[in-house]
Design a protein around this ligand. Sequence first.
Ligand code: THU
Length: 158
Amino acid sequence: MKDIQITVPVTEYAYGELTDAQRGLVDLARQYTFNSYSPYSHFSVGAAIRLDNGEVVCGANQENAAFPSGTCAERSACYSAGARFPGAKFESIAIAARGVDGEPTVAPCAPCGACRQALLEYEVLAGHDVEVLLVGRDVIYRLPSVKSLLPLAFTEIN
Ligand code: THU
């Protein structure tokens, strides 16, 4: 028997420490929180995905009176990217949120488990790591890949 420790690599950045490309994606994720349709939770999430063809595809959470019929911002963005640009590889994703008070969340917004699994599919398709930027009010967490967000992931049917 042996214990195995799995660590998640996270680097914290101030907005000003990001590259221009990263700042652009963060700005779009923040902007798209205003496209959220969330009359039930009042929690507004935006996501922006940069593709290897130069396009950026954004999404926002869309809720429904039948709660499970809604979708998160990350899946709104990644399925839109897949539908609009089939075959394009994901390079980077930024995720931002505003809380029930309408203000940007202090804590960097981390995707739910289902969105981690959905995003992982596109990282596997890309064949390389996809950078993840989790946006908080004052700091941004950078993870080098989606798989670092989802240790011990299920990736194929055996
Ligand atoms: N939500 C997202 O859009 N992304 C996440 O990763 C977590 C949660 C949305 C779903 C729902 O519309 C609202 O936030 C509250 O859970």
